[in-house]
Design a protein around this ligand. Structure first.
Ligand code: C5P
Length: 283
């Protein structure tokens, strides 16, 4: 099983993104760069994050005429991005053009084509919001219609809410990659997410990737939060070098025996009360 955590780097600057990414790279599967960070840091933030060896999900939700979207996908492929998003409501011609552009550009670069993810109905939209646009369908019916349209146009992945996973899996089978935000570990705040699922439940329901922002980036120790999530999904996902420390260790700096709290055990670092240093434990 791959590490399914995609950390949403919803921060305002390249510097903040890199600081988080350097800490988290060993324990997560990919980083999501959205509009806020991209508008601030530009393609350079993507190049710098790639420099850490991390997979990148560029979430700019392209929606335009087929030719323009194809060119945007071409440039995104040049950047070495692993996943990107397009609005499925752009229609099958636009979706097909996006998928072809990714494949053609990757073939030229002799690289892997990016996984292009279709966004169906934004989770901020309900039936009343759709009616406002003259759409009579329920949000759920529309999700399914757009999911089928995207898969029919050749897309190999979709972004969907945790509640939609089973329905989409049921209709489209196991071949499609499902990427799911709205993930909250049991211990975390829901923030502004209304319909959430725990990481383990979302994986059980059939998600391939989990987009997780604030429960990790807003935690006291982001690395400890990510390791705890991996532990809840499948402890084998935690790399050997990042296994939680035991409750008692000898400080790597001064050798004194000290007790660690849960966060320190998961993060692999602690404040030593004897030598007064912030210590990254040497295993
Ligand atoms: O902090 P949190 O875990 O809520 O972050 C979730 C991320 O997923 C954010 O970047 C948010 O924009 C994104 N997202 C979402 N719901 C969607 C689509 C994307 O929360 N339906």
């Amino acid at each position: 099983m791959q590490n399914p955590i995609i950390v949403a780097l919803d921060v305002p600057s390249t510097q903040k993104a890199l600081k988080l990414a350097e800490e988290l790279a060993p324990v997560v599967g990919a980083f999501k760069v959205g509009k806020q960070l991209f508008v601030n840091g530009g393609p350079d933030v993507v190049r710098k994050l790639r420099g850490l060896g991390a997979k990148i999900f560029l979430d700019l939700k392209f929606h335009d005429i087929p030719n323009t979207v194809a060119k945007a996908v071409q440039s995104t492929t040049d950047l070495g991005v692993d996943m990107l998003t397009v609005h499925a409501s752009g229609g099958s011609e636009m979706l097909g053009a996006a998928e072809s552009a990714g494949h053609e550009q990757a073939a030229m670069l002799r690289s892997e084509p990016p996984l292009i993810l279709g966004v169906t109905v934004l989770t901020s939209m309900d039936d009343a919001n759709l009616a406002e646009l003259g759409i009579d369908e329920s949000a759920q019916d529309r999700v399914l219609r757009l999911a089928k349209l995207a898969a029919g146009a050749g897309l190999r992945g979709l972004v969907c809410s945790p509640q939609e996973i089973s329905m989409i899996r049921g209709e489209l089978g196991d071949g499609i990659q499902l990427v799911t935000p709205g993930i909250r570990p049991e211990s975390a705040e829901a923030d502004d997410q209304k319909r959430t699922m725990t990481p383990a439940d979302a994986i059980k329901a059939g998600a391939n990737w989990l987009v997780i922002g604030r429960p990790i980036t807003g935690a006291k120790s982001p690395k400890a939060a990510a390791v705890e999530i991996l532990n809840s999904i499948n402890p084998e996902l935690i790399p050997e070098s990042e296994q939680p420390l035991p409750e008692a260790v000898d400080c790597s700096e001064c050798g004194q025996g000290i007790k660690l709290d849960k966060n320190e055990q998961l993060a692999g670092k602690y404040h030593c009360p004897y030598c007064e240093k912030e210590v990254v434990h040497k295993r």
